[in-house]
Design a protein around this ligand. Structure first.
Ligand code: ADP
Length: 246
């Protein structure tokens, strides 16, 4: 398998309502992908299935060079395989500094069962600094996270996710609530990350999707309605009908 993640024919129903309907999706190990679709299209449920939060009724979810069956693993095991998820609202510890937040994430990754006795070494401090630089917070290491702008908090959370060494990042609406300058920096960060990671960005904002300049997957009623460049999918008559109700 040359793809990192290969989802095929997944379906899931909630009380008889088919939220995901025979959905197939794959992404390579160094690829940026935008997933768009109207409310209720199944974007969140799709991510819940990949991370193991929701079990599909049918289908397969295969991972990595050895085609590991993620459906046989629980959420924690899937995370340890390298599936990382960033929710829309940042959940950093506001009264801790940027460095402390990053160190906490590193701790949780390095020593999940011995967090209380784990003591950071020089290499761990260096890693924290490198992570801060990577997400554009190199100058903010000693600042309390509560003082950061909304955009900076989002980057810190991406840094905390990177501390767990994911191979796939699922990122939910990263640009929401950001200033123009922050959005540009976020675009650059995601594009850079996708040189070495698979990055799935769920996004409503078409202008932001255009900036990402990547392949787009359009979900509708739990299935893939169209896939390709943004220009390609937005020229699709069915996509136009779904978005504009025509
Ligand atoms: P999106 O993220 O694209 O807005 P969702 O994945 O949240 O879409 O939802 C897809 C559909 O599945 C929606 O109609 C939603 O109401 C339904 N749904 C999602 N989760 C549940 C659940 N736990 N129980 C019942 N219905 C759900």
């Amino acid at each position: 398998m040359t793809e990192l993640l290969e989802v095929s024919g997944i379906s899931v129903s909630f009380d008889g309502f088919r939220a995901i309907n025979n959905l197939s999706f794959s992404i390579g190990p160094a690829e940026l992908r935008a997933v768009i679709g109207p409310n209720g299209a199944g974007k969140t449920t799709f991510m819940d299935i990949v991370t193991g939060k929701t079990r599909p009724d049918e289908g397969r979810v295969l991972w990595g060079e050895r085609s590991i069956d993620l459906l046989k693993l629980d959420e924690a095991q899937i995370a340890r395989q390298g599936v990382g998820r960033k929710f829309q609202r940042p959940t950093v510890f506001e009264d801790q500094t940027v460095a402390e937040n990053l160190m906490m994430a590193l701790k949780a990754h390095r020593s999940p069962w011995r967090v209380l006795v784990w003591k950071p070494k020089a290499a761990d401090h260096a890693r924290v600094e490198a992570l801060a630089v990577q997400v554009g917070l190199g100058e903010a290491l000693a600042r309390k996270s509560g003082e950061l702008s909304h955009g900076q908090k989002q980057w810190l959370e991406i840094g905390m996710l990177l501390a767990q060494e994911p191979r796939l990042l699922l990122v939910d609406e990263p640009a929401a609530g950001m200033t123009l300058a922050e959005r540009e920096q976020t675009t650059a960060l995601l594009v850079e990350l996708a040189k070495t990671h698979a990055v799935v960005v769920v996004e409503h904002d078409m202008e932001f999707v255009r900036r990402l300049n990547c392949k787009v997957t359009v979900l509708h009623e739990g299935s893939v309605l169209a896939e390709g460049s943004l220009d390609h999918v937005t020229a699709n008559q069915q996509v136009i009908e779904v978005y504009l109700g025509r």
